[in-house]
Design a protein around this ligand. Structure first.
Ligand code: ATP
Ligand code: MG
Length: 437
C-alpha cells in the first residue's frame, strides 16, 4: 500500500464498527455538561499562532516542541489548535460573551494537534472534551468544575480513577515560590536537560513538569508550592476542599501537580488512573485567572478542564465496561421483481418516517443473498415480498430471533400491523431484562 492509502503517523481512524463507543461517551459528556448549565462552543481548528504562544505560554512543552505551525500563502503564521482553552477564550473575548451575563459556561468536544512521539494514549491528532467557566472567582466554581469532570467518570461506571488536587497560588505568592525553586534548581544546573536550563530563568516551575528522567528525579526534592502560597490562596484552596467534601468527591492533595500550561493560577487538578499504562492522566484542569487579561480582556477569573477521549475509552476497555451496542435494523425487506422492489422502497420509507431503522437491497442481489445480508446486519425482523404478494396484498414478516412469523397487509395497514407486533416483541425483551436485574 502506498502513501495514498495510509494515514499520517499519530492520527487514527474511527471506523463505523467502533464509532458507537465514541458517540456513547460523547453523549454522556454532553448530558453531564448540560446538566451543569454549560452550552457547547465550537471554534476553528486553526488560530493565529500568537494566540497559543501567549495563552499556553512560551515556556511550555506544547509551544516549544509540539505545535503544528505553518505559514499560509498569504504569509500568516497559523497553528492547528493543540488544546481547546485558548480558542474558547479568544471567542469569549471576540464575541464579548461577558455581555450575556457572567458566569459564562461553555463546553467543547474537539480534535487537538500536537507533534509528539506517538504511542498508546499519545497521538498527534487526538480528541478532548472540555469545560470552561468565565467570570467566577469563588472556590465553589472550582469545586463545581471538578464535580463536572468527576460526574462523567461516575456516569460511565469508571472506578479507580483518582482525583489529585493542588494549589499553585496566584501571580503574587508564586513569585516567592519561583525564587525558591530557582535557587533549588541552580544547584543542579549541570544535570538538567537543555530545555529545563532555559526554563530556569524564565519559568522554573515548568521544570517540575519535565518528562526527562534526570529532571524528574531532581524535581522530587524541590520545595513544594503549598509552603509558599499566601493566606488568600490558602483559604481558597480550603474552601475548594470543603465543597468537594460536601459533594462526596474524594481527592488527594498532590503538591507536585503544576500542569503543563502556563495560564493556571490557584487550583489545579488531574484525574489519574493506573489501568492504562504510562499515559495515565485522563483529565487535567484548573483555574486560570490571568488568561483573559493576558489576551487583552478585563481581568476575568476563569477555570476549566480538558479530558482526553482516547484515554477515557482506554479506561473503559481496561475496566471491561460494556458500551451499549447500537440499534440494528428493525425490518429488512427483501424484494424480488420490479413491482415488489418499488413497493418495498415505499414501505421502507414509511418505516423510516416512523423512526424505525429499515433497509432493503440496493445492490441488485437475489433473494437468498438479500436474506444473508439481513442476517449479517442483525436485522430484528425480515420480510420477503415478490410480485405475487403484491397482488395478494399481504406478506409474512419473520422475527429473526425466534423464527416466529406473522402476516401483514401491504397497503395503508402495513405500518400499524408491523408496529403492533414489533412493540409486543420489543416490550417483551425490555420487561425480560428488567426482571433479570
Ligand atoms: P501529558 O502529560 O500526558 O502530556 P498534558 O499535560 O500535555 O498531558 P493537557 O494539555 O492537560 O495534557 O491535556 C488534557 C488531556 O488531554 C490529557 O490529560 C490527556 O488525557 C489528553 N491528551 C493530551 N495530550 C494527548 C495526546 N498527545 N494524545 C492523546 N491524549 C492527549
Ligand atoms: Mg503533553
Amino acid at each position: 500500500m502506498g502513501v495514498l492509502t495510509k494515514k499520517v503517523k499519530g492520527a487514527e481512524d474511527i471506523l463505523p464498527r467502533d464509532s458507537y463507543k465514541w458517540q456513547f461517551v460523547e453523549n454522556v459528556m454532553k448530558k453531564e455538561a448540560e446538566s451543569f448549565g454549560f452550552k457547547e462552543i465550537r471554534t476553528p481548528v486553526f488560530e493565529h499562532t500568537v494566540l497559543f504562544n501567549r495563552s499556553v505560554g512560551e515556556t511550555t512543552d506544547v509551544v516549544q516542541k509540539e505545535m503544528y505551525t505553518f505559514d499560509t500563502k498569504g504569509g500568516e503564521s497559523i497553528t492547528l489548535r493543540p488544546e481547546g482553552t485558548a480558542g474558547a477564550a479568544r471567542a469569549y473575548l471576540e464575541h464579548a460573551l461577558y455581555n450575556e451575563g457572567l458566569p459564562v459556561k461553555a463546553y467543547y468536544m474537539l480534535t487537538c494537534y500536537r507533534y509528539e512521539k506517538a504511542q498508546a494514549g499519545r497521538q498527534r491528532e487526538f480528541h478532548q472534551f472540555g469545560m470552561e467557566t468565565y467570570g467566577a472567582a469563588d472556590a465553589k466554581a472550582d469545586a463545581e468544575m471538578i464535580c463536572a469532570a468527576s460526574s462523567v467518570f461516575e456516569r460511565l461506571g469508571i472506578q479507580n480513577i483518582n482525583l489529585e488536587i493542588n494549589s499553585i497560588g496566584c501571580q503574587d505568592c508564586r513569585k516567592n515560590y519561583t525564587a525558591a525553586l530557582k535557587s533549588y534548581f541552580e544547584g543542579y544546573k549541570d544535570k538538567l536537560c537543555p530545555t529545563c536550563l532555559s526554563r530556569l530563568d524564565r519559568n522554573p516551575m515548568r521544570i517540575l513538569d519535565c518528562k526527562n528522567e534526570a529532571c524528574h528525579e531532581i524535581a522530587k526534592g524541590a520545595p513544594t508550592v503549598l509552603e509558599y502560597i499566601c493566606g488568600d490562596c490558602s483559604d481558597h484552596f480550603e474552601r475548594v476542599k470543603t465543597f468537594l467534601d460536601a459533594a462526596d468527591v474524594d481527592y488527594t492533595v498532590n503538591p507536585t501537580i503544576v500542569r503543563g500550561l502556563d495560564y493556571y493560577t490557584r487550583t489545579v487538578f488531574e484525574f489519574v488512573t493506573d489501568c492504562i499504562g504510562a499515559q495515565s492522566t485522563v483529565c487535567g484542569g484548573g483555574r486560570y485567572d490571568g488568561l483573559i487579561s493576558e489576551l487583552g480582556g478585563q481581568p476575568t477569573p476563569s477555570l476549566g478542564f480538558a479530558m482526553g477521549i482516547e484515554r477515557l475509552l482506554m479506561v473503559l476497555e481496561a475496566q471491561n465496561i460494556e458500551i451499549p451496542k447500537p440499534s440494528t435494523c428493525d425490518l429488512y425487506i427483501a424484494a424480488l421483481g420490479e413491482n415488489a422492489e418499488i413497493k418495498s422502497f415505499r414501505l421502507i420509507k414509511e418505516l423510516r418516517e416512523a423512526s424505525l431503522i429499515a433497509e432493503g437491497d440496493i445492490v441488485g442481489r437475489g433473494l437468498r443473498a438479500q436474506m444473508k445480508y439481513a442476517d449479517k446486519i442483525g436485522a430484528k425482523f425480515s420480510m420477503v415480498i415478490g410480485d405475487d404478494d403484491i397482488t395478494a396484498n399481504k406478506a409474512k414478516i419473520k422475527n429473526m430471533a425466534n423464527g416466529e412469523q406473522f402476516e401483514v397487509p401491504l397497503d395503508e395497514g402495513f405500518l400499524n400491523a408491523f408496529l403492533e407486533k414489533y412493540l409486543e416483541n420489543y416490550q417483551k425483551t425490555i420487561s425480560m431484562s428488567l426482571t433479570q436485574n
